[in-house]
Design a protein around this ligand. Structure first.
Ligand SMILES: Nc1ncnc2c1ncn2[C@@H]1O[C@H](COP(=O)(O)OP(=O)(O)OP(=O)(O)O)[C@@H](O)[C@H]1O
Length: 326
């Protein structure tokens, strides 16, 4: 089955300023792709090109098998779109507004608007201008989901939602995916992509610097290791010698309480083999720090306390992966 979205060498310039430098990525059917990147990286511009709100300078786009430049309202009805900057008519009730959107979008099942409003806890009979920012955002989400589109394109969907409703939103995304439909969402929040996305594309200054599954990101992220050994200087010296020879282990040091601490930035198998040969009494291997891995790829993580070689190594691996993907 062909991709829900296929982007090949997408360039976009505003006047002479090129802001997208040849992006390529795919969104397979029945999957969720998260686009993450710092302010101004080009997330919204990418989504707007896909929706034909703005035109690419060059490159090939396919959305649900169609060229968005030539497919018009027919294609638009098959997509649920939540813009990053939501501007809603304010002198009507939420219910009236959603009924208006329903007349334009694909058919909406009877009761579907009320069901989504209940899930997201939004009052439908208040004037839109009286609603809080979060409640307006929920109306935006309802209009994107209500016609059960084949593809959802969501720009910063959880902006303004409280944590409980963020979870409800993630459940809605999971339902779409389980239904064999697809979602492309942009976010600043890695933890929400971790929970919802099959893959994460990291955008930095108009270029995809990594496109990896959450598991791959995790495998490339640094973990902190702490090892307690049986007492004795000899055991400590032996462990230091053996662990410093393990690939992907660095920053090895002895803590004041006698434990060994190190950073682990590759697979853990060689480490486990080395540990098995030591008189270990306790081991702690912390959860990988994904946030840090992503910040490193953003290019903004200065002075993170990890050796440059580990960071460079990790970045290069994910970059190689991004090139393979595109
Ligand atoms: N209409 C426009 N005219 C000129 N420049 C624009 C226009 N729209 C976006 N840009 C520029 O394109 C670049 C990418 O912006 P974009 O809004 O796509 O970033 P973003 O990743 O969505 O950022 P944010 O996380 O802040 O929403 C920025 O440098 C922005 O100033």
């Amino acid at each position: 089955m062909s991709s829900s979205i296929s982007v090949d060498s997408l360039h976009k310039s505003f006047a002479r300023n090129e802001v997208l430098h040849g992006l390529s990525f795919e969104l397979p059917p029945g999957s969720v792709l998260g686009l993450i990147g710092p302010n101004g990286a080009g997330k919204t511009t990418t989504l707007r090109c896909l929706l034909d709100i703005i035109r690419p300078s060059s490159g090939t786009l396919r959305v649900l098998g169609e060229d968005p430049r030539h497919s018009g309202p027919e294609l638009r009805r098959r997509i649920g779109y939540l813009p990053g900057e939501l501007i809603l008519e304010s002198r009507v009730t939420g219910r009236r507004l959603l009924n208006h959107f329903a007349a334009l979008s694909g058919p909406v099942k009877r009761g579907r608007i009320e069901e989504l409003a209940e899930r997201l806890a939004v009052p439908l009979d208040k004037q839109v201008r009286e609603l809080s920012k979060g409640n307006k955002q929920k109306l935006g989400l309802i209009q994107a989901f209500m016609h059960d589109p084949e593809l959802l394109v969501l720009d910063e969907p959880t902006s303004g939602l409280d944590p409980l409703l963020q979870q409800e939103f993630l459940a809605m995304v999971a339902e779409v995916r389980n239904d064999g439909r697809s979602v492309l969402l942009s976010s600043h929040v890695l933890s929400e992509l971790q929970q919802s996305a099959d893959r994460v594309a990291i955008l930095r200054a108009g270029t995809i610097v990594a496109n990896a599954s959450v598991d791959e990101l995790r495998a490339n992220a640094v973990r902190k290791l702490r090892v307690r050994l049986e007492d004795g200087q000899e055991a400590l010296d032996d462990a230091t010698r053996r662990l410093s020879a393990v690939p992907g282990v660095d920053g090895l040091r002895t803590l004041p309480d006698g434990q060994l601490e190190a950073s682990v930035h590759d697979g853990i198998r060689p480490l486990l083999t080395a540990l098995a040969a030591l008189p270990v009494t306790d081991v702690v291997l912390e959860e990988p720090d994904l946030e840090e891995a992503v910040l490193t790829l953003y290019g903004t993580n200065h002075g993170n306390g990890h050796p440059a070689t580990a960071t460079g190594h990790r970045t290069r691996r994910l970059e190689r992966h991004a090139r393979k993907e595109s």
